[in-house]
Every structure is written in C-alpha cells, then in structure tokens.
Design a protein around this ligand. Sequence first.
Ligand code: PNW
Length: 467
Amino acid sequence: TQEEQTRSELRFPTGFAWGAATSAYQIEGAVTADGRGTSIWDTFTKTPGRVVGGEHADVAIDHYNRYRDDVRIMADLGLSAYRFSVSWPRVQPDGSGAVNQKGLDFYKRLVDELLSHGIDPWLTLYHWDLPQALEDRGGWPARDTALRFADYAAIVHEALHDRVHTWSTVNEPWCAAFLGYASGEHAPGRREPENAIRAAHHLNLAHGLGVQAMGARRVGGCVNLYAITPATASEADQDAARRIDGLQNRFFLDALLTGRYPQDVLDDLRMDLAFIEDGDLKTINAPIDVLLVNYYSRFTVSGAPGGRASAAAAPTDSASPWVGSEHVSFVNGGRPVTAMGWEIDEDGLVEVLARVARDYPRIPLVVSENGAAFEDVLADGRVRDEERRAYFEAHLGACREAIDAGVPLEGYFAWSLMDNFEWAWGYGKRFGIVRVDYETQERLPKDSATWYAEIIRQNRNHEPTDS
Ligand code: PNW
C-alpha cells in the first residue's frame, strides 16, 4: 500500500536524532519570574507597529510553568531529542556580571525532566533574546557583545555540562543580524545596513568565542540556509543569485567552516571592514562537532528590477535585509506556498545538504529546524493538518535522499513542537505539530504529530533496545 511504501522510504540509520525544536522567547512567557531581566524582544514587542496586533510574549504558551506537561507530550510522541534555547536575560539579567541562579535552575529542571524521559537535550545558547542592557551599550554592532556572549556561554556550560551533551551557539546569525539591524523586522528594529554587517561579524565572533569558552563538549554552529535559483540564465540573474547565496549562505558557512569570508561578498559591500580584526576569523573557525542547518524554502532571484524586495511579504513596515544587494529582487518560483508565503520545495533541502557536504566536507549535519505554518482548523477534537503532514513527509524524504547520496546527516528537528509566538507575525502563524489554544493553554497533538510519532516508532523499533 501507499502507506507501507512511505514507511519503508522513511527508514533512517540507527541513532538518528528524532526531534522537535522551540526557542525560549517564543514559548516560555513568565518574563518577570525569578529575576529574569529584559530582552530586546520585550522592548520591541511593546513598541507600537512592530508586531502584528501589538502582540507580545509576556505569557506566550506558558512553558516556563508547564514544562513538565510539555516534556510528557514529547515523550508520548517518542521524540529522542529536543532542541530548546536558554534565555540569556534569565541567566544574566543585565547581560554581564551577576548570575541569576534561579534562571539557571529552570533549565536544570527542564533538562532533568527531559533526561528522565530518555530525551536528549540539545541546548542553543542564543535564539535572539539579547539582554536589553547590552543593546543599550550598542548591541551586536558593538564588539563587546561578542565578548559578553563568551562569558555567558561559559556560565551556562559550567552549570549544565554534566547534563547536556550537545550544545549550539547562535541560532541563525543571518536573521539576528539582517532582520534585527538592516530590515528592522526583528528586534531591535534598527535599519542601519553597515551596522548589520558589523552585527553579522560579531555574531560569528560570538560563536567562535563561545565554542572556545565551552572547552570539551559536543558543540555546533547553526545557520539558516536557502536553496537559491536565478530566475533566468541571464548574467544579471546569475549575479543576483551569487550575491544572495553569498550573504545568506556563504558568509556564515565559509567563516565557520573555512575561516575566511567570501571575497566577492566583501567586495560587494564596499564598506570599511576595519572592525574585522586580525585573528577573528581563526576564532570563528574554532573546530565544531556538528553543523545545525535550518531549512525552510527556496529563493528565486532576479537582477532585473520589478520583483519583490524579499522572498515573502514582511508583516510590518521594514527595509531590505540585503545589504549591498538592495537592487536584487525576488520572483515567484511557481511552487505552492505556506501561510508565511514561503514556497514549498523539498528538493531545495536535498540541494542544500548535498552542497554543504560537498563544499565543507567531513562535518556531520543535522536539520535543526524544518516545518511550515498553515491555517489550522480544529474540528471534532482534531486538527487535520494534512498540508503540514505532507510537508514533513516530503522533507524527511529529502533527508533520506541526501543520506543516500552520502550526506552525513545525523538528525532532524521539526519546527516547531508547539504553536508559539512567531516573532513579528505574533500568534497568527502556527508552526506547531501540537496545537495550543491561546485562551486555555490547552495542548493538542495535530494529525502531523501523530504521523511523525508513527515514523519515529517505526524507526526506533529497529534500534537496539539496550543503550
Ligand atoms: C526561524 N526569513 O526564523 C527561527 O529560527 C524560528 O524562531 C522561527 O519561528 C522559524 O524560523 C519560522 O519563522 C526565521 O525571513 C524567520 O528568512 C525569518 C526568516 C527565516 C527564518
């Protein structure tokens, strides 16, 4: 049958990590509990016009108080791994100096709960919630922020290294730099193109310094990569594709994995790059054990005017994130789209994984985020999210195909475990495999979760049971 065929095609190697992901600000709420400081997202969400409907995450999905129930849901789904992030202002309310023990204790409780259910915790140190006090001192365009990040990484590592096996530094530095400091769509909402490049460099530097600060550990860097296609074979369109690939993908991959910035990207920027100091790239290139790849979509780009300024509409008034390549436009690639307007293209995932494996050999990979927002309807006690299920099936098939082609892919994390605060879009875009009722905080696994659990069960049944 069709179903049996799906299952046999989605058979993965023993030890493959079957996960789901979240991030602190998007789920925790409890923003003043136990001495937590203020982050740039607290400030940004309270600034009129920045988030659809003026929504914020003061309560979010109350994971800070409901984490035990949420771990139980993960266990019921059979997840072998859970990727979450630590809120820097819970650990250091002012971003430097004094450590807030109560903030660290929350993550100890969470990790212990995961471990007691046999779920491997994958800890991300930074998923965009910079302490406001550090933004007040310049934010990511200031070099000092990277140094402060290294202190923070050492503090969290010291507190949790006995419990957490896999660490990662900065989630999607592209978004943190270019949505935060160039387009202004994300916190802190600045529109300062040159400072966005400084931010990108200092986020990379923070990664390298963080890796060094953590000593012996399994640690990774995290990047969001896109498949990129020129709209036509014209020279202008191919140059547009080179530029977008340069700033989105190679600026981060080359730095982390080869210790160089791509020269063509630096040339296109036409700016004074004196903030890149001797030795920085060697630091950024600190050896890592795994690369975390977030994948959502493909961009089709054109060098001719007339297309859109970015791949999908931003929810709020914002500028171009494409520093130095503002003339590039994004065109319709003709594929079906999600509720974000992001084109669905699983072949792009095969392409991205194969490209990384080819151009940056020998680094183990995981897909650390992949998923889709759709307009879910709850009816008769079920969410029949067939489009999301099909998205996962197609993208897991892509992972399978990449492994067959020799890509060292070691795990997959669905974004997201639960519906949550989708940044500038607020709560309107649901990415969860588990539905959350934002009035009652009730959780309900969607059909996609039931399907994912079955795929996991099929695979884990074939693993040796004694560990
Ligand atoms: C990622 N873009 O964000 C993040 O890691 C998650 O926190 C987020 O919820 C998820 O993907 C879905 O959006 C992105 O505009 C936000 O290119 C924006 C972009 C890419 C990733």
